[in-house]
Design a protein around this ligand. Structure first.
Ligand SMILES: Nc1ncnc2c1ncn2[C@@H]1O[C@H](COP(=O)(O)OP(=O)(O)OP(=O)(O)O)[C@@H](O)[C@H]1O
Ligand SMILES: [Mg+2]
Length: 311
């Protein structure tokens, strides 16, 4: 559904995208991850046709999106990161406006407004002005407007920001349903557990490129190294096989079982463990994998990740 090739984009001399390749198939949800400022919104804006890249191509349903704009635009649903609702219109008018804009006829549009409002738990707010909604309800309306025409390619840029637990679950349900109906979904979030709940594939945007693109279990298996650190108040004791990292002792090599490693280290330290202030255990998870891939502080061993990335 979506094929991005060698996309580059700079703002002035700030180079944000340095050659991004990304494919998303029909029925697939891809979780696009990356630190603040990595370029996720920039990438989505280009893929959805709102911004021009400096170089590279975007193909949608096999067509060059830049040459066949009106045709490909109809296949797309986009919920931008910034809220785009019309505050003085009612919820119904907001939804209707987008349904008609997407080319739906009046009766189909009315049906879609009702079913989409139902799916996003907004049915009882349809006749209220959007400005009277709570923050989470506004976010749901904003997302509903993006998918009102059941697009084949959906971009959701942090759709659950500000949503409460129930709203978030509702949004995830709709996303799963869209994918089940065959839509390709690109989903950005900083809440990694959402991607586990969605069963999403993972794409990590880091240093201007897609550093990793793989099914979630594979990302965890490859990069979600277990980790352990012993934190000390005062002087950090020396222990063979462990190195001092600030106020912490961390193993020189990755450990398979962090709890056993901590227990052995404490036994070996004996009385010298007296200044122990805490034990940090990191189990292999999407979070530890993500931190390792993006080289952010975590207990995970980054050298192994660098090797794996190079391989
Ligand atoms: N219109 C713009 N003009 C100049 N610089 C911009 C513009 N839009 C984004 N940038 C810069 O490009 C970089 C990437 O921004 P972008 O919004 O794509 O990141 P992001 O990955 O979506 O971040 P976040 O997780 O915070 O939403 C940032 O350094 C940002 O300051
Ligand atoms: Mg963004």
């Amino acid at each position: 559904m979506l094929e991005i090739r060698d996309l580059t984009k700079a703002y002035g001399d700030h180079r944000v995208l340095l050659g991004v390749d990304l494919d998303v198939g029909a029925g697939e949800i891809v979780g696009l991850l990356g630190p603040n400022g990595a370029g996720k919104t920039t990438l989505i804006s280009i893929a959805a046709g709102l911004r021009r890249p400096d170089r590279g191509s975007v193909r949608i349903a096999g067509r060059d999106a830049m040459r066949h704009r009106p045709l490909t635009a109809r296949l797309i649903g986009l919920a931008p990161q910034d809220l785009g609702i019309y505050p003085t219109l009612t919820v119904r008018q907001n939804l209707m406006f987008f349904a008609r804009l997407a080319g739906l006829g009046p009766s189909v549009a009315r049906r879609q407004v009702d079913s989409t409002a139902e799916a996003f738990d907004l049915a009882d707010r349809l006749n209220h002005r959007a400005e009277t909604l709570s923050g989470g309800q506004k976010r749901r309306l904003h997302t509903a407007m993006a998918v009102i025409h059941r697009p084949k390619l959906v971009f959701l840029d942090e759709p659950t920001v500000g949503a409460d637990v129930a709203s978030r679950a509702g949004i995830l349900d709709v996303v799963r349903q869209l994918a089940a109906e065959g839509a390709a979904v690109v989903y950005t979030t900083h809440y990694l557990t959402e991607l586990e709940q969605l069963g999403a594939a993972i794409a990590v945007l880091h240093a201007g490129r897609i550093a990793v693109r793989a099914p979630l279990p594979e990302v965890i298996a490859r990069f979600g190294a277990a980790g352990v650190a012993l934190r000390f108040a005062g002087e950090v004791p020396h222990l063979p096989g462990w190195r001092v990292d600030g106020a912490r002792l961390v193993p020189e090599e990755t450990v398979a079982d962090p709890v056993a490693a901590a227990a052995q280290a404490l036994a070996a330290l004996g009385a010298r463990a007296g200044g122990l202030a805490g034990v940090e255990i990191v189990r292999p998870s999407l979070e530890s994998a993500y931190l390792a891939i993006t080289g952010q502080p975590g207990v995970a061993q980054t050298e192994e990740v660098v090797d794996a990335l190079a391989a």
